[in-house]
Design a binder for this molecule. Structure first.
Ligand SMILES: [Zn+2]
Length: 91
């Protein structure tokens, strides 16, 4: 009973997705470094500035490493603070 209802649940999610949904990715021209948005399935991406068809590279949408480290430091500091206060209360 459970797997059946789960399959129906996942099917419901799929049917709820708009059929016209297209994932737009950010690319950058390795020739003139102009950013452009294009569909990953588009095989003929052209740079809007220098009209180059070759060298259109996908851009990784990831935060800079410095920001990731900053977030980790904040998390560790928060855990240490909470843990320290808990130890202080119980000890
Ligand atoms: Zn270009």
């Amino acid at each position: 009973m459970v797997p059946q209802s789960r399959a129906e649940f996942e099917g419901g999610i799929d049917s709820a997705r708009p059929p016209s949904y297209v994932a737009i990715m950010r690319y950058v021209c390795s020739n003139c470094h102009t950013p452009l948005d294009a569909e990953p399935t588009d095989e003929h991406k052209v740079c809007p500035r220098c009209k180059a068809e070759a060298g259109i590279e996908p851009v990784k949408d990831k935060p800079p490493m410095a920001m990731q480290l900053f977030g980790i430091v904040l998390l560790v500091a928060a855990v240490a603070t909470v843990g320290g206060s808990l130890l202080g209360l119980t000890g």
